[in-house]
Design a protein around this ligand. Structure first.
Ligand code: ZN
Length: 319
């Protein structure tokens, strides 16, 4: 049995201001902050994880708020995830339109793709965020503040991978990661991993004239796919190496372990394990409330805390 991908795990972006990021993803989109930690490679920068109650894989958006660290604004382009889509219930788009435009955001209604409508807004750092109607998404939403269960985000729906030539990217997804072709609409090729459905879609957008992507503020850094455990992760690693793909060693991310590699279109992928998960250092009820640093960094905690900008956790509110 070849190892299989379970679905999406998370999307990670380089963003600007930490407080603005919290206000958008928690205060406006209503996601739960499930972990407040630091960039393991740069302790002056937070690493925020947003998701459902427990931070279940496929519901996770993670950000590095790099404002003030000398990081340039990125450029969206080929070799990058240029749209992150969240799943919302069918019929909830008018509710979302009111909520988002009420905050002064420019809300763009997009023509239906693969049969369903969506709204697109920019987050405070310029990331393109889509709310896509997804029928039959059974994931339980996090509902807090003035969020309504009938409208709340269910998790990540899909990512859009912009490349100049869809063929090699689709072929790689199919052959190396076991993805299946779900549909083609114009320049969009939708692939499904695992069982498919919302939370397991990857859309390849062929854009022959796209400029080269440049990582920086307001861009997605990578997309992570989920595997059940470390054994399957190693099986994927071995198979990728056999294909001639350069893959990192397994890295300990405290809440999961990870490997990273690039697909033929240049997009950075991660394969992450489902466990141990976010309750490894905080109770479910307390997730996201404390600043967590990996055990090997506890000795540096005072210096780490002193270097981070103070932030407050908002309560979801459209007011
Ligand atoms: Zn990641």
């Amino acid at each position: 049995m070849p190892p299989s991908i379970e679905g999406l795990h998370h999307v990670t972006a380089t963003v600007g201001d930490a407080q603005e990021d919290l206000d958008f993803y928690v205060g406006l989109l209503g996601l739960r902050l499930v972990k407040k930690t630091v960039n393991f490679d740069n302790h002056g920068v937070y690493h925020f994880y947003y998701g459902d109650e427990k931070g279940t894989a496929s519901t996770l958006m993670t950000t590095f708020p790099y404002r003030g660290q000398g990081v340039r604004v990125g450029q969206k382009g080929a070799g990058q995830v240029t749209l992150t889509s969240f799943s919302v219930p069918v019929g909830s788009l008018p509710w979302w339109h009111r909520r988002l435009s009420g905050k002064g955001l420019h809300v763009r209604e997009t023509p239906p793709r693969f049969g369903h409508g969506s709204l697109v807004v920019e987050d405070p750092s310029g990331l393109a965020i889509e709310l896509a109607e997804a029928p039959g998404d059974e994931r339980t939403p996090w509902v807090a503040g003035d969020m309504e269960a009938e409208a709340a985000i269910r998790g990540i729906h899909s990512v859009t991978l912009r490349v100049r030539n869809a063929g090699p990217s689709a072929g790689f997804l199919a052959e190396a990661l076991g993805a299946k072709l779900d549909g083609v609409e114009g320049s969009h090729t939708r692939m499904a991993v695992g069982g498919g459905g919302s939370g397991a879609f990857l859309e390849i957008l062929e854009d022959p004239l796209a400029p080269d992507a440049v990582n920086g503020l307001g861009t997605v850094h990578h997309v992570a796919l989920a595997v059940a455990d470390g054994e399957r992760q190693l099986q994927f690693r071995e198979a990728l190496v056999d294909r001639g793909v350069q893959v990192t060693p397994v890295r300990d991310r405290q809440y999961f372990t990870s490997i990273y590699f690039r697909e033929p279109g240049g997009i950075l992928y991660e394969i992450a394990t489902l466990g141990p998960g976010f309750t490894v250092d905080e109770e479910v009820a307390a997730l996201g409330t404390g600043l967590k640093v990996p055990s090997w960094e506890e000795v540096n905690r005072p210096a780490i805390e002193g270097a981070l900008p103070p932030v407050t956790l908002p309560t979801p509110s459209g007011e």
